[in-house]
Design a protein. Structure first.
Length: 329
């Protein structure tokens, strides 16, 4: 439900009421980002119920208006006049269109977020894969994961590859995205939008079932080993250590502080313990059973901290290619 105007919206309304000449002088003291916030705020005001705008205007009754702002439909024209006067025609149009595109994209995503997953799937099932990629990047993480799990396995792999490779979304693709959600968006001057595709794909993978994760990673490894490596560095967790092959386990035994490694094994399950112990020297195995075979009363927070340090160390080895493996699981 539309609510009454905020303080920021009232300030924007007051600026509109000052008239083009006075308002343009104020705008000259604002940065480009501040002006974009102002534009977005005014665009938001146009969506408010008229009664709330009337209440706000009544608070300005002691002010001698230079501009009639009783007609909400004129706000965009008035705003553009102010911007042209302050910034020149080209910069004014650029800022206005950018702000309008951002605002419309938010409105469109709100519509999508209010659809249930089955409705959303019906919308996207026949769309170009790039539309699905932008959608998964744009919607909240939990919705992204739920929608991803509804895709067939072939589509999941293709989407994951594209998201991971994605660093920017072009204007042309954004226009196609706007058409997809059937809204009046115009990205004439919309600049490239920076995103973090690797992070998005990794977060999705970390949130789905382990069996599905392994299946998708297997296919990604077959398609593109470089992307597989980047994803592994991102998603690697303590639970994945059991999936390392013997070469990597030997590398860890050799390079990790023995006391730290023994401590971690002490508070790990038998399967992981045996995996490491089977590759250690007899001297080390005897040392472990002598000093670390019995668990002590150690807090979970300390254990988790040690595990996190271990995982971060392994990630650094993976990232630097000192460690590598062909698959998880």
């Amino acid at each position: 439900m539309t609510t009454k105007l905020t303080g920021k919206e009232k300030s924007a309304l007051l600026l509109l009421s000052m008239g083009t000449e006075e308002a343009s002088q104020v705008l000259q003291y604002l940065s480009a980002s501040e002006i974009q916030i102002l534009i977005s705020t005014i665009l938001q005001i146009t969506k408010k119920e008229p009664k709330y705008i009337s209440v706000a205007l009544s608070e300005f009754k002691k002010i001698n208006y230079q501009q009639d702002i009783s007609n909400v439909n004129m706000y965009q024209d008035n705003l553009l006049s102010m911007l042209r006067k302050a910034l020149g025609h080209t910069d004014a149009i650029q800022l206005f269109d950018d702000a309008l595109a951002v605002q419309n994209k938010k409105d469109n995503l709100n519509i999508l977020n209010n659809l249930n997953l089955n409705e959303l799937m019906l919308l996207i099932k026949n769309e170009h894969i790039q539309i699905i990629v932008i959608l998964l990047i744009s919607i909240p993480h939990h919705r992204s994961v739920q929608l991803f799990e509804l895709l067939d396995s072939k589509m999941q792999i293709e989407v994951m590859l594209r998201i991971t490779k994605c660093n920017k979304i072009s204007r042309r693709v954004l226009i196609e995205f706007s058409k997809f959600i059937n809204q009046l968006l115009n990205f004439k001057h919309y600049s490239f939008q920076n995103i973090h595709g690797l992070q998005v794909s990794s977060e999705i993978l970390k949130s789905i079932k382990k069996s599905d994760q392994k299946k998708i990673l297997t296919e990604i490894y077959i398609c593109d080993k470089n992307i597989f490596h980047k994803i592994i560095v991102q998603i690697f967790s303590f639970e994945h250590i059991i999936d390392l092959d013997n070469i990597n386990i030997k590398f860890l035994i050799k390079n990790i502080n023995k006391e730290k490694l023994f401590f971690l094994l002490q508070y790990s399950d038998k399967t992981l313990q045996e995996k490491f112990l089977n590759l250690m020297t007899k001297v080390d195995v005897d040392l472990f059973y002598k000093n670390y075979s019995t668990k002590k009363n150690i807090s979970n927070s300390i254990i988790q901290q040690e595990r996190t340090e271990m995982v971060n160390l392994i990630k650094s080895y993976l990232d630097s290619k000192k460690m590598s493996f062909s698959m998880i699981g």
